[in-house]
Design a protein around this ligand. Structure first.
Ligand code: GYE
Length: 306
C-alpha cells in the first residue's frame, strides 16, 4: 500500500473490513446505544467488528487499542474517554498503518490533529450545546435571580470542557444568573446524585441545575426530591443528550430542556470510512447536527429515544 499525500494511512476498498471500536464504558444508556449502533451497522457495512469496553478506565482503553492493533484491524473507531491519555494510542495506531476516526469525543488539539494523526473527528459541537442550554435557560427561567449548580462531565474529557465553556460564556452575559458551584459527576447518574446531595447542603438556595448529561440530571432530580425539593417547580433542571428518561422527566414536568447529543454513530462511521476508502479527503470535523427537546416536543420524540 502507498502512503497517501496527507501522511495518513490509506484504506483499501474491499468487501470486508476488520474494524475496532474501543468503547470507554458501558454504565449508561448513551454508551449502550452507541455500542449497539456499531453492532447494528456491522453487517450492512461489511465489518467484522471487534468491540471492547474499557469500563471507565483510560488506561484500559489504551490497552484495548493496543490489542486491536496486535489483532490487525483495518480501521479504528475511538471515543477517547479523556483528551490527553489516549493520544499515544492514536499515534500508535497511525504508526501501525491503521486509519483512526475519533467518534463522539476528541483529543487535545495541541497534541494530535485531524488530517495528520487521525483522519477526522465525528461528533457534536459541544460548545454550541452548552450555549443552547444557556439560551433556553435565559428565555425560560421565571425567577428574579438564578442560582446555578453545574454538574460537570468526566474531568479532562472534551464534552465536559466544551459544554462548560459554551454554557458559562453565555449565561454570565446575563446578570440575573450566578453559578455558585461547578463540580464533576463523571457523566454518571449515581455520582450526579451524590454530588448534588452535597452541593444542596452548601447551597440550599439553588434554583437551577445544569448537568452536562441526562444521567447526572436524573441523579440530581433524585437528590432534589430526597431533600424535599420540587424539580420543575422550585428548581429548573436543564441538560444534554436526549435519553428516554430525560424525555420522560420533561413530560412529567421535572426537567426543562435537553439539547440532543446523538449516540447513533454507526451509520455515519460507515459512510465516512467508505468515503475515505474511495480516496476522498475527509473534512477534519464531520459534524453531527443536534435537535432540542422541550415540553413542546418531548412526547413526540420519546418513542425513538433510548
Ligand atoms: O453526552 C454522555 C456520554 O461523549 C458525547 O458521553 C459523549 C457524552 C454523552 O457519557 O452522556
Amino acid at each position: 500500500t502507498m502512503a497517501s499525500a496527507s501522511g495518513l494511512p490509506p484504506l483499501e476498498q474491499k468487501d470486508r473490513y476488520k474494524v475496532g471500536f474501543a468503547q470507554m464504558e458501558s454504565n449508561n444508556p448513551w454508551r449502550i446505544a452507541e455500542t449497539k449502533s456499531f453492532h447494528d451497522t456491522a453487517d450492512s457495512c461489511g465489518w467484522d467488528l471487534i468491540a471492547t469496553d474499557a469500563a471507565g478506565s483510560a488506561a484500559k482503553q489504551v490497552a484495548d487499542v493496543d490489542s486491536m492493533i496486535a489483532q490487525g484491524i483495518d480501521v479504528l473507531f475511538l471515543p477517547p474517554r479523556e483528551e490527553k491519555p489516549l493520544i499515544p494510542a492514536v499515534k500508535k495506531a497511525k504508526a501501525a498503518g491503521i486509519p483512526t476516526f475519533l467518534v463522539d469525543r476528541s483529543v487535545d488539539p495541541n497534541a494530535a490533529k485531524p488530517g495528520e494523526d487521525f483522519v477526522a473527528f465525528l461528533g457534536s459541537d459541544f460548545i454550541d450545546q452548552g450555549r443552547r442550554v444557556a439560551e433556553w435557560t435565559i428565555e425560560n427561567f421565571e425567577g428574579d435571580k438564578g442560582v446555578i449548580v453545574q454538574l460537570e462531565g468526566t474531568t479532562g474529557s472534551s464534552p465536559a470542557n466544551d459544554r462548560k465553556k459554551g454554557f458559562d460564556d453565555r449565561i454570565t452575559q446575563d446578570s440575573r444568573f450566578e453559578i455558585v458551584a461547578s463540580q464533576s459527576g463523571d457523566f454518571a447518574r449515581d455520582l450526579g446524585r451524590q454530588v448534588m446531595e452535597t452541593l444542596l447542603q452548601a447551597h440550599p438556595d439553588v434554583n437551577i441545575v445544569y448537568a452536562h448529561n441526562d444521567e447526572m440530571a436524573i441523579g440530581a432530580i433524585q437528590a432534589l426530591e430526597l431533600a424535599g425539593r420540587k424539580p420543575g417547580q422550585d428548581v429548573l433542571v436543564v441538560s444534554i443528550d436526549g435519553t428516554r428518561d430525560a424525555l420522560q422527566a420533561i413530560i412529567d414536568g421535572k426537567m426543562g430542556v435537553t439539547v440532543e447529543s446523538s449516540p447513533f454513530f454507526g451509520p455515519l462511521a460507515c459512510e465516512t470510512m467508505k468515503r475515505y476508502a474511495a480516496g476522498e479527503t475527509i473534512e477534519p470535523w464531520v459534524q453531527v447536527k443536534d435537535r432540542i427537546f422541550t415540553p413542546e416536543n418531548a412526547a413526540k420524540h420519546i418513542d425513538e429515544a433510548y
